[in-house]
Structure formats: C-alpha cells, structure tokens
Design a protein around this ligand. Sequence first.
Ligand code: AMP
Ligand code: ZN
Length: 430
Amino acid sequence: MFWDKSAETIDRSALEKLQLTRLQETVGRVLKHVPFYQQQFAQAAIPSDVIRELADIRRLPFTTNADLRAQYPRGFLVGDGGGPVRLHTSSGTTGKPKAIFFSRGDIDRAANLAARCLVMSGNTDRDILQNMMTYGLFTGALMMHYGAEKVGMMVIPAGPGNSEKQLLLMQDFSSTVFHTTPSYALYFADFMEKKGVDPRRDLSLKRAFIGAEPYSEETRRKIEEAFGIEVYNSYGLSEMNGPGVAFECAAKQGMHLWEDHFLMEVLDPVTNEPVPEGCPGELVLTTLCREAMPLIRYRTRDITSVVAEPCSCGRTHRRIRRITGRTDDMLIVRGANIYPQQIERILMSVPGVGRNYLICLSGLDEMTVKVELSASEFDGRVERLVHLQTQLTERLRAEIMVKPLVELVPPGSLPPSEGKAKRVIDNRAL
Ligand code: AMP
Ligand code: ZN
C-alpha cells in the first residue's frame, strides 16, 4: 500500500532530476536569505551557480550542530513570504538548543512524509495510534500525529510516561499502534507484566514505531516478543522535520529515506569523503523542500550505511541501515573506542537480562555496567546469577575489548526514561 505511489516508486533518473532542480532552488534560496551561507560561500569563493549536477553538492560547505547553536535564535530563518508558523527546538543536553522553524508548507510536507511512513508500515484509517512521544518543543510527537490524521487514523495524544494511564487508554480505546522510544517501550513492557496484563489476550496492539534513539535488533525482538507485535524502526531529526525522514516498510530490511525531500550522503567523518556504497559512515543530509529553514549538508553525526539492493516493496528511495551510533557518543575507555550500542546489543541478546541497563564510568577508567534482571531470573538461584554475571562479563569483554564490572540489579530498579534515555554516566576523574 502506498500513500503517494508515484512519488514513492519514481524511477531513479526522474528522482535525480527532481533532486537536482530542488537542490538548485535550495541553494538559490539560502544565498538570497541566509547570511551564514552567504558568508560561507563567499569565504570559499563558491559561485552561486555551483550546482550543475548532483555531484556538485560536494563543493558546498557543511552545516554543523555548532553552527545551529551559534546562529541561535534566528540565524537560519528564511524570512520571506512563506514565513514560519512554528518553532521547534532540538534536544540540547547542555547550553542553548537548536531553533528549527517551519512554514505552513513545511508542516504539511512533513505530515505527508509521516503519512507515507504510516501507510508503508501497514496502517489504515481503521488503526488507532497511541502517541507516547513527547508533545511540545520536540518534533517527535507532533509530526507523527499530523501524519496519522492525514491517513485517517484516530490519534490518542497520550504523550510520554504515566504508565497507568497509558494502559488504561490502550485497553479502553483498543489502540492498535503505539509510537515511543525503545527505552520507554521496554519499561512499559515491564509495567504491563507487573500488572498481569497479557497484551496478546488483553490488548488490540498490532505494531509500534520505535525511534528517537539508537537501539539494536535484539531490542527490537525483545519489544516484539513482549507485546506480540511488529516493531518498525523510525528515524528522524528535528533539523530535517522530525520523524518521517526514514522508516521501515513491511520488509523491515532498512529504512527508506525519502530522497525527494532529502539529499543523502554517507561520508567518512574524518576525511569527509564518501564511503563506498554499503559501508558505514556519517549521514549528511540536505533539505530539498524546506522553506523556512533550508539546511545544506547538515552533519547528523549518525552512523549508518546505504542498502544498495532494490527493495521488494517496489519503493525506489534508497534504504539506510539501523543507526549504529553517533560520531559523538563514542566512549574511550582504557584506550578502546566503544559505542554504547555495542553494549546494548550484547545485553539484550542474553537470556535472563531484563529491560534496562546503565553504563557508569568512574575513577581513572573503570566501567561498571548495571543490568536489570528479568523478573523470572530475579527469583533464580545464586549459582545461576553468578553464571549470568560471568557470561555477560566475558561477552562484553570480547565485544568492547575492555573488561567491565557487571552488576546485576533487580527488575525496575534503574531509573526509567520517558523521553530519550540517558545510558551513560561519566564521572571519571580524567
Ligand atoms: P531530535 O532532533 O531531538 O529529534 O534527535 C534526533 C536524533 O535522534 C538523531 O540524530 C539520532 O541520533 C537519534 N535518532 C532518531 N531516530 C533514531 C532511530 N530510529 N535510531 C537511532 N537513532 C535515532
Ligand atoms: Zn521497502
């Protein structure tokens, strides 16, 4: 099923032609309206008609997270006729956030892309979406909300947290779909279990869209098993609309990235050269249709790779693989480069491990991984726990080349997260 079949199955040469026109328009637009880009182009002596073919994108300057912060609040805003109707901000952990503006047309196009994603993953106007993402300055909930309304789904704007109420809504209004982060999905699975709710028997859930933070295939499987549903990976970032940038189809073999709206590059984050197709690198995106805030070569810092083969669903927009980490969340512990997701993948694949974990760094370079036990394991015998602890320590050491201290803790004892989870606490005295 398609939301917009001609756009989603457009042949590659027509798509590339469309991308070229839209890229030229975007460059023209920023050069006319955005002093930041005017300066960047002038400094690097880039002519305004630089884009003759798509490959010329590589002659353009990058836009970084730091640039967005430095230009806060209005530096990237295009202030002509189609002015902004909405401000969102992107979650800054420290300091000033990034301000992201949307025109009326931008909101409508973002909703259309979200609708494509929803239909692509099997939703119809008979579905009921319980939207557990955060409403507000974060784009996560609202853009999906609008997309679902376009499809004709009934949306329950539940927002995050308050698990009692989530469960009540889910039961009383027969939600068929939910949208949340992987960490909250796992937490909610625990909550349901404690309440004695069997989702296969007591709920009407069929699928969930899980995104906003990195997670592994193992976590996907855990969520699917806990709820008896299909989980679809949903990727987006506020700078590029929020959710609905890339999303899985029914094949669940990578996420189609909507290339008529975003020009994608996958680059070696050190040399800034494109990596061979299929190899991992940093995703760099250029908006092709944004009015209020076009961005050129935005460095997402997300690491992924392109799936080269065509997809069985017939969509021609290329797919990206699950995000394996961010260039800026790499930890260096005792000289080893470690991504938190490597740890998550191991933990979630070992039976007996529950649904939450925390990586704590302390002292000179000590790593403790706190791991919740599953409810059944918690009541288990001491020898089994010792075996589990040894098994986890060894598997983690083989994966990350550092031997962590593994601390097994009771289910539900680590802090739950409603929005994006904080997985690493770094108190090192380095
Ligand atoms: P925000 O701009 O606050 O929406 O955050 C966007 C960031 O969240 C992205 O750049 C990714 O790092 C992360 N993110 C969003 N969706 C996913 C996903 N499905 N898998 C992994 N990371 C994700
Ligand atoms: Zn597909």
